[in-house]
Unconditional design. Sequence first.
Length: 193
Amino acid sequence: MNFRYLALAVGLALTTLAAHAQVGLYINPVAIRISNSQADTGPFAFLGENSKSNIFYGVNIGGYYNFYHQGKTEVGLDIRDSFTNGNSATLNSFLVGVRVATAPFKRPLKPYLQASVGVGTTRPPTSSVRSNRAQFGIFGGADYTLSRHVDFRVVEIGFNSLTTASSSTIGGVGSIPASKLLSFSTGLVFRFP
């Protein structure tokens, strides 16, 4: 008999939680500056032979699910997949992160911060071999509410670290440190409360 009351209480709590949950979906352009402290001089140089940096352009496809609300603060999960190209090389980043958003201003501006981990897949311009490595990063940005279901992502800035394809990871020649990724994105977010 007590189990029924416990199951009923848990069911009501989950219904209340789901009623306040919010989903957001986005497809936004992204620019990523990838840099390294050491130039790769080998045949599998991801950034280009003897180059320490390059800019990649592409798209972020993803969504978030805010499952916790307390006052003006929301906590949830963000899942994204980024497809970018530069210097005839490709970078694909699949990341999952914890996202915290708040609305501290009178204006409908909602800043957020998230920490993400996942897998970065890189392919150098001179090879079809792909390198899969762990990727982690921090993203911060602000969404501006345009309507009940649409936000304008004013800006999102991300700082990531990833060991890219190189003569070190593919050819086993030398040692190339992990690259730093600085990303900028903007666009629309479609929300479904």
